[in-house]
Design a protein around this ligand. Structure first.
Ligand SMILES: Cc1cc2nc3c(=O)[nH]c(=O)nc-3n(C[C@H](O)[C@H](O)[C@H](O)COP(=O)(O)O)c2cc1C
Length: 356
């Protein structure tokens, strides 16, 4: 039997809220992206934890296909972390219980999302402007699921004049929240400018709970720099993992060895994408699966030679069979040409669309 020792040596397990994670690299919750197939894929490719897309706290929607799908964790590698969003302490408490009853092992509360759809109902990052309400929500949720760790995800504040992340940290600690993820931007920043890693560092410096740094981490070197400069306990990665789930193993390898893994060969990317498509078809059904698959295909192929015309062709294809064939043909042609991989993350405009 092959020895497991080399593997054990290269993996640094992280203890987090009573769970043993393979590392400190978390997949950021992204509505419309971090569905079960994507979370499973990222975990297979090296992520230590993946937070679900946000699930509404509006119980009227619990029966909707979208909400039921978001609460579906069948076969998912533990721990299962589910994000909830809303502004009513009572409804958030109910939502936490509902999701714990359906398998959630960590409840994450969204106070970071800038989407107008969410902020207009005083949820997501809009809550940061009402500190007493933040306290009431956090207390209601931690009391509703006393045996389940509750985590919080925030931005650094509403805008440059109201950067209150340190006060939110204190409220969170007093309410029994067990970890804080910070996207290093204010709500007003949208996705512009540089992430404020210095603010994250000042939060970490006084925090009694683990702090997770988030924002613009898109390479192994950046990950190392952010870990070192903020002193954070873990990193959360969003857009850069879209179409590039192997980023987690690249970062893990670099943090453990100081060496860069070579970019995955085109044949492996093709195999990863084809398997991802099968998971999407199985999870959403063929019709919806074909539609959801388009954006993932576009992320995987971004920056590759011929990708623009491939993507517009892809958007015309209506069946899973045609999509599979088109992906196979595109990557075989690329392999023959010795094609190169994209090296950077996903541009910020995408989030601007979400916030619009
Ligand atoms: C398409 C998209 C959807 C997002 N949805 C959520 C969400 O549902 N909940 C949340 O807390 N943050 C959400 N975010 C924010 C991310 O979790 C993360 O904080 C942000 O993208 C910054 O990290 P990054 O620079 O690694 O992408 C979303 C971001 C994107 C791009």
């Amino acid at each position: 039997m092959p020895s497991l020792l080399p593997l054990a040596r290269c993996l640094k397990l992280m203890e987090f809220l009573g769970f043993s994670l393979r590392n400190q690299l978390f997949v950021a919750p992204m509505a419309g992206v971090t569905d079960r197939p994507f979370r499973q894929l990222c975990k297979r490719m090296g992520a230590g934890l993946a937070v679900s897309e946000m699930v509404t706290s509006n119980s009227l929607l619990y029966g909707s296909v979208k909400t039921r799908r978001r609460a579906d964790h069948e076969g998912e590698v533990a721990p299962i972390a589910v994000q909830i969003a809303g502004a009513s302490p009572l409804m958030m408490a109910d939502a936490a219980r509902y999701n714990v009853d359906r398998g959630a092992q960590i409840i994450d509360i969204n106070m970071g999302c800038p989407a107008k759809k969410v902020c207009n109902v005083m949820a997501g990052s809009a809550l940061l402007r009402d500190e007493p309400l933040v306290g009431r929500i956090l207390e209601a949720v931690t009391a509703a699921v006393p045996d389940t760790p509750v985590t919080l995800k925030i931005r650094t504040g509403w805008d440059a004049q109201q950067r209150n992340a340190l006060r939110i940290l204190k409220i969170a600690e007093q309410s029994g929240v067990r970890a804080l993820a910070v996207h290093g931007r204010t709500r007003a920043c949208g996705f512009r400018g540089q992430a404020e890693y210095d603010t994250i560092r000042s939060i970490k410096a006084v925090a009694r709970i683990p702090v997770i740094a988030n924002g613009d981490i898109d390479s192994p070197a950046k990950a190392k720099a952010v870990l070192e400069s903020t002193g954070a306990d873990a990193l959360m990665i969003g857009r850069a993992a879209q179409g590039r789930p192997w980023l987690f193993r690249e970062i893990e390898h670099f943090l453990n060895t100081g060496e860069h893994l070579p970019a995955p060969p085109v044949s492996e990317i093709s195999a990863i994408l084809l398997a991802h498509l099968e998971d999407l078809y199985a999870f959403y059904g063929l019709d919806a699966g074909v539609r959801v698959a388009r954006k993932h295909v576009s992320w995987y192929t971004r920056g590759l030679p011929g990708s623009a015309s491939f993507r517009s062709r892809m958007n015309q294809l209506l069946t899973a069979g045609d999509q599979r064939q088109a992906v196979r043909d595109f990557f075989s042609a690329l392999a023959e040409d010795g094609g190169q991989l994209p090296v950077s993350g996903v541009p910020a405009e995408q989030f601007e669309e979400l916030a619009a």
